[in-house]
Design a protein around this ligand. Sequence first.
Ligand code: MRU
Length: 349
Amino acid sequence: MPEYTIEWDAENECIIYIDQTLLPGRHERMRCTNIDDLARAIRRLEVRGAPALGIAGAMGVALAAVRSREQDLKRFFDEVGRAGALLRGTRPTAVNLAWGIDRVLRKAALATSVDEAKAIAVAEANAVAEEDELTCRRLGGFGEELFPARCTVLTHCNAGALACRCWGTALGTIRSAIAAGKDVRVIACETRPLNQGSRLTCWELLRDGVDVTLIPDSSAAYLMRKGMIDLVVVGADRITNDAVFNKIGTYMHAVAAHHHGIPFYVAAPVSTFDLARKEADVVVEERDRSELTHCGEQRLAPDGVGVLNYAFDATPLDLVDAIVTEIGVLRPPYTESFRLVGMDEETRS
Ligand code: MRU
């Protein structure tokens, strides 16, 4: 059985997750028993990555439900709803967080007693987690068909097992290509300022015996110019009807790939789509200045300097050659192919 990034501990009625801020130095699993700790863990990126945030949101609602002492159904739902609102505010850009929270709240709302609502919330949160694994493996199967038999792939941030329950989205396509017998080498961008690429992507790929080479973000375009990259594959935090939101730096890789005629692919589950919105409607998370001015105790910038620290950027769809999902590979014109996503959402609801 693969190790899960985040899971529900039924015996102790709590959430267990790998603390990603400690990697690659320490690989430790944490136990979370209350909503305030979970909100803090999400803000600190102990749990991160769009699908893993979806699971965290879903399990957070389940946690609030099982820990509630309320017996009155209305007051119980008020309390659980407040927990959902708290979690939702922790990271505004990654739509999966709100998706996971809403999915469990909606299902639990069908209950006619507090005990039933608790049981439904836990079952639905576990369903979100189990489906994520199936989704990643299915998506990986579609994505690997885009890979030549021998290729070097550039990826940014971490859209791997650590960003999901296991397997991954962008890294899931790479894992599936390798499982299909393809010779795949990975170039991992370090992903400043929090280094999800060097700390997490390199760690999980090396652990699986994948050939991975670390580069500074700033050298990606030069490697493309030298013919050292065959394709780019990244994950996504939200896909609107005109853009793909992903870790800051993704857009510059898309521009560079387009300039060099290199395919630029996005791998994301249907739950990451937010087609009722456009780029301008989305709040892009801005993070603390200390992420740029300090490395631990070490000062990296002079006191008083202005800092702009967007956590994500938006890549317009005309720079995206394909979006790999669990229902297939979507290609331009996206106005047409996005209809499949709408149809899939309708059949599930
Ligand atoms: O700030 P993070 O580390 O949560 O950002 C994560 C990313 O941008 C990932 O690329 C994205 O969530 C895709 S996860 C499969």
